[in-house]
Design a protein. Structure first.
Lengths: 223, 363
């Protein structure tokens, strides 16, 4: 529901989830509190204060990098750098608050990733040259990381799990959960209906949780 | 609606996804800061010049020019209408006149926003910068996010930033990045390798672009498929300066296929690592019977070990036994009168190569 007045459904929402009286946007973000801090940082960054920019970077680079990593990109760090370079260039003229900035950042990243994908698709089929060498016997034990405790999941493992989803679902999860964007914003970025986004994210997370409980995590970093 | 949004906030998975950044993730900070510094004129110089020329009618122009960088004006990098104004306002400071000889043109100055003319703060925030395109608060998915240009020009489409790397339209930062090379085919070879059961194999990959140049710092994943199983990813690494990356398989108990792949779905050929079972023989001679115990590593229960002896240059079968649950097969043969070489063979299967060993009995 977009609009500054609270309707029946929204009155019982916690304050951070009610429609923003300034923008009329509802749907809440996970990072409402963080955005208040980042609003200040953004203003400082626009004024040329390094400390403000550093704060923005430290808050938003990890989510950005994780979003690009899940997105099946060959060099997510490079994409993230290019995104920031473009954003730095456009920063002085940027209008809007932290939440808009967040959406802007991820939209730029998404465009760059899509362009990189197009460049790659235009090329002929590619191969790596892989040659096993050096055969040796070790006890070579691969620790079987049985994540029986639901709490013991690392960020890397979580990203792997999300990456196992179909690409469109994975992107929804990353934009909603990691980028911290609202349902309406995510819908606008990916071109889907807000309802589709909300339901999609919920189902994806449920199925991922189920997957983790049901199977033993035997995949592990080797070599 | 409320419960849907909130229930997953407490999921451990969500917590892991949103965990604080690691130093590795933030490693690019220093490089980015220098780009940030370049893109932003030092507040001190803004303070000085604004103080010098005062505020009022010229404040909007000053803000526009300075946000682009006074240095840019010196190098004649500003678009012409702005350059002319800069010359007029900053004349005493020594900004070179523009090259073209044109009558003083009426240039559409940006409307100064109320805050800028009233403000006496040293930081001339570019709130006076005109917005000539929709604000980034409404990014449209079909085209580049239209952030306003940093310099207040009359705005042509060429000045709008776009997601693809192209020569910077704004004079402040020259972030021209060449198109990133993509992985490409160079050569493909098949090879296989043999590993003792329980051993590991190293797999080396080399990622190259169309022109054969190595691609550094690219993510490559390592996939294995034991025969009879399915592909699973067992490792991820980044290519080194030479575009190479290496992985070690888990301990293999059966023949396994391996391949490398990039996140974008570029896959190498499938290579096969063949497991060779190990056979260890021990013989006990007692009362005319030689009991030959063959301990195997990598053979399955129920497989057959066959014993042969060489007769006139040909191998003749003299006995066989099945591998038991403990992995060993026991063959009994009458102890020969003279020394005889016994050959013990395990036939190859889909899971492993054939293997053989020998023992001397009798005599």
């Amino acid at each position: 529901m977009e609009g500054p007045r609270l309707n029946g459904n929204e009155r019982h929402l916690p304050r951070s989830r009610r429609p923003d009286p300034r923008t009329g946007r509802a749907g809440g973000t996970l990072d409402a509190a963080l955005d208040e801090t980042l609003d200040v940082a953004l203003d400082r960054a626009r004024n040329g204060e390094e400390a403000g920019f550093v704060e923005l970077y430290r808050a938003l680079q990890p989510p950005l990098l994780r979003y690009l990593t899940v997105g099946r990109n060959d060099a997510p760090e490079d994409l993230a750098s290019e995104t920031w370079l473009q954003v730095v260039r456009d920063l002085p003229g940027f209008r809007g608050g932290a939440r808009d900035f967040r959406a802007f950042l991820f939209t730029v990243a998404r465009h760059r990733a899509i362009d990189a994908g197009r460049a790659r698709a235009a090329r002929p089929v590619v191969h790596l040259v892989a040659e096993p060498t050096e055969v040796h016997t070790g006890d070579g034990s691969v620790p079987s990381a049985e994540s029986s405790a639901l709490e013991s999941i690392s960020t890397a493992q979580a990203l792997e799990l999300v990456a196992s989803l179909p690409p469109e679902q994975a992107e929804l999860v990353m934009l909603r959960v990691v980028a911290g964007l609202g349902v309406a914003e995510v819908a606008g970025i990916v071109g889907k209906k807000p309802g589709t986004v909300r339901v999609g994210v919920h189902r994806a997370l449920r199925s991922l949780a189920g997957t983790r409980r049901a199977r033993t995590m035997t995949e592990e970093e080797v070599g | 609606m409320v419960s849907e949004d909130e229930t997953w906030e407490v999921e451990p998975l969500v917590r892991a996804l949103r965990a604080p950044g690691t130093p590795e993730e933030l490693a690019g900070e220093a490089t980015l800061l220098s780009a940030y510094r370049e893109a932003h004129a030092a507040p001190q110089s803004v303070r000085r010049l604004v103080g010098r020329f005062g505020l009022g009618a010229t404040s909007a122009v000053a803000a526009v020019v300075l946000s682009a960088g006074v240095a840019a004006a010196y190098t004649q990098a500003l678009p012409d209408p702005v350059q002319r104004i800069a010359h007029g306002v900053l004349g005493p400071v020594g900004v070179p006149a523009p090259q073209k000889q044109e009558p003083a043109a009426r240039v559409a100055l940006p409307e100064p926003s109320p805050t800028s003319s009233a403000s006496t703060t040293p930081t001339a925030t570019p709130t006076a910068t005109p917005t000539r395109s929709p604000g980034p608060g409404r990014p449209s998915p079909t085209r580049a996010p239209a952030a306003p240009p940093t310099v207040g020009t009359t705005g042509s489409p060429a000045d709008l930033p776009s997601p693809t790397p192209e020569p910077g339209a704004t004079p402040t930062t020259g972030t021209t990045s060449p198109p990133r090379p993509v992985p490409a085919a160079v050569a493909v070879r098949t090879s296989s390798s043999r590993v003792p059961a329980g051993g590991t194999a190293r797999v080396i990959g080399s990622l190259t672009a169309d022109d054969g140049s190595a691609l550094r710092r690219r993510t490559v994943s390592f996939w294995v498929r034991p025969v009879g199983g399915s592909w699973s990813k067992v490792g991820t690494a980044r290519t080194d300066r030479a575009g190479r990356v290496s992985f070690t398989t888990p301990a293999l108990d059966r023949t396994t296929r391996v391949r490398l792949g990039t996140p974008s779905g570029v896959l190498s050929e499938v290579l096969t690592v063949v497991v060779v079972p190990q056979l260890v023989v021990s013989v006990v001679e007692q009362g005319g019977t030689s009991t030959v115990t063959v301990s195997t590593t990598g053979a399955r229960e129920g497989e057959t070990v066959t014993a042969f002896r060489s007769v006139g240059g040909k191998l003749v079968r003299v006995g066989s036994a099945r591998v038991g649950p403990d992995g060993s097969a026991v063959v009994s043969v009458p102890t020969p009168g003279k020394q005889v070489r016994l050959v013990l063979r395990l036939r190859g299967t889909a899971q492993h190569a054939p293997a053989q060993t020998s023992a001397t009995i009798g005599g």
